[in-house]
Design a protein around this ligand. Structure first.
Ligand code: RTP
Ligand code: MG
Length: 150
C-alpha cells in the first residue's frame, strides 16, 4: 500500500450539472485528502497538452471542444493507492460500461460527456498535477483521519 497523489478533474458537464460537491464528497468520505482544488476555464493549449497522448484519435477534436465548453474543477487527492482507487471510483471510460456505484456509472451515459477525469497511472498523475497546478497551490496539512481511514 502506498500513499499517492492523483489528479481528478470535474469536466464542464459535471460542473454545469452541479455535480462538483457529489464528486468531492465521494473522495472525502472514502478517506482521501484534498490537497489542491480550483476552478478554471481551460484553453486549447492546456487541454492539448493534457490529452497529448490521444492526439491521433478520431475523437480528439470533439474531446477538446467538449473540454473547452465551460469551467472545470481540477483537484489533487492524496491517500493510499489514490491513483488506482480514483480510477475505480470513476468507473469505465464509456459510462454504458461503468458499474453502478461508480461516479460515471451513477451519473452519465455518454462517453463524450463523462463528467470527470482521473489520472491513469502514478507517472501520469505527476505530469498532470504539474501541468494544472503551481507548486504553491498544493497545500500541506494534517488530516486527522490519515492513520485509520483506508
Ligand atoms: P479521462 O482521461 O478523461 O479520465 O478518461 P479515460 O482515461 O477514462 O479515457 P481516455 O482514453 O483517456 O479518453 C479521454 C476522454 O476522451 C473521451 N473519449 N471519447 N470513443 C469516443 O468517442 C471517446 N473515447 C474517449 C472521453 O471523454 C474520455 O474520458
Ligand atoms: Mg485518460
Amino acid at each position: 500500500m502506498t500513499t499517492e497523489r492523483t489528479f481528478i478533474m470535474v469536466k464542464p458537464d459535471g460542473v454545469q450539472r452541479g455535480l462538483v460537491g457529489e464528486i468531492i464528497k465521494r473522495f472525502e468520505t472514502r478517506g482521501y485528502k484534498l490537497v489542491a482544488c480550483k476552478m478554471l476555464w481551460p484553453g486549447e493549449d492546456l487541454l492539448k497538452k493534457h490529452y497529448a497522448e490521444l492526439a491521433d484519435k478520431p475523437f480528439f477534436p470533439k474531446l477538446i471542444t467538449y473540454m473547452r465548453s465551460g469551467p472545470c474543477v481540477p483537484m489533487v487527492w492524496e491517500g493510499r493507492e489514490a491513483v488506482k482507487m480514483g480510477r475505480m471510483m470513476l468507473g469505465a471510460t464509456n459510462p454504458l460500461q461503468s458499474n453502478p456505484g461508480t461516479i460515471r456509472g451513477d451519473f452519465c451515459i455518454d462517453v463524450g460527456r463523462n463528467i470527470c477525469h482521473g489520472s491513469d497511472g502514478v507517472e501520469t498523475a505527476k505530469r498532470e498535477i504539474d501541468l494544472w497546478f503551481q507548486p504553491n497551490e498544493i497545500t500541506k496539512y494534517e488530516s486527522h483521519s490519515k492513520d485509520w481511514v483506508y
